[in-house]
Ligand binder design. Sequence first.
Ligand SMILES: NC(=O)c1ccc[n+]([C@@H]2O[C@H](COP(=O)([O-])OP(=O)(O)OC[C@H]3O[C@@H](n4cnc5c(N)ncnc54)[C@H](O)[C@@H]3O)[C@@H](O)[C@H]2O)c1
Length: 337
Amino acid sequence: MADKTIRFGILGCGAIARFHADAIAMLDNAELIGVAGSSLESAQRFALGYQVKAYADYNEMLADQNVDAVCICTPSGFHAENTMQALHAKKHVVLEKPMTFTKAEAKAIAAEAEKSGCVLTVICQLRFSEDVRRVKKLLADRALGELVFCDLYMKYWRDHAYYASSNWKGTRRFDGGGALMNQGIHGIDLLLYLVGNAKVVHAKNCTRLHDIEVEDASMAMLQFENGAMGVIEASTCVWPGFERRLEINGTRGSVILVENQIQKLIIDGETLVERQQRAGNGTASNPTAFACDLHALQISNFIDAICGRDELLITAAEGGRAVALIEEIYQFGLQGR
Ligand SMILES: NC(=O)c1ccc[n+]([C@@H]2O[C@H](COP(=O)([O-])OP(=O)(O)OC[C@H]3O[C@@H](n4cnc5c(N)ncnc54)[C@H](O)[C@@H]3O)[C@@H](O)[C@H]2O)c1
């Protein structure tokens, strides 16, 4: 098993599917076998670019004994059903974020993965970035002292065309939420991964600008289990859009992560990192302005877990953490403008 090549199928032939195909191509022990989409034509168009098979539908892909693992890249509202189908077919699963929309569904998926004996990971690619790993280590070593404030700002811009050009973005059924469940889940995953579990003290969710069924501006006040307090501000209607900013302040030091990069790190009076703001605003206004290298690192860990070489870093339980917190924030309701 140690040197086995894992053969992948991709479901969903849209924007993120290309990141999966390109990430698989970067790995020596991974091979893309074929793709399935909402129609044979869409699969054929995608397959042509990668010289792989186009399946008529998902069932055909799942029936193919050559496929060891599937990457689920469909609109979020299909994630739970598509994952269950793959696990029943005994395929390992790389599931795009959000894992699903509720804590209960996430638990059901985790239980099914356990029962099937298959490996399932939920894409949380930011956890694989070098600076995030550095901050994780600093916090594990308690280098910032007692944590006081842990704040996450995701003030993004998405224009009307972003929602109007998609048949699922901004819908409750298929997007499951807005600035939090779609754009903000990466930041929330990082916050919980780095700082630990939190409860929502208070929250407010609004639809300020867009003609969508879900929130485009949200604010939550958090109490972390370790005693720290924090806020989350998330939006898709802030012009011109700002990069994700995570500020962690403790009694001995502070760190500011902008996107995946440490912008400032001060411990015991010593400035260890001080970087200028980067040019441009990345995914704050352009959802696909990132590279596939972190997806490749996560898929590589997934393959190592299948082959028994390494522990799976992002399990189903880990993938469900951000979903559970977002569900808690949504329980405060959705208000108008
Ligand atoms: N990890 C990340 O950074 C990241 C970034 C973008 C999107 N995503 C996630 O990836 C998923 C897809 O997003 P996207 O931007 O690629 O969307 P998209 O609209 O570009 O692509 C979705 C694709 O799925 C196909 N599809 C729709 N219903 C289907 C079905 N029932 N069966 C098979 N195919 C179907 C569509 O035809 C389309 O090709 C979403 O869940 C999104 O949250 C993750």
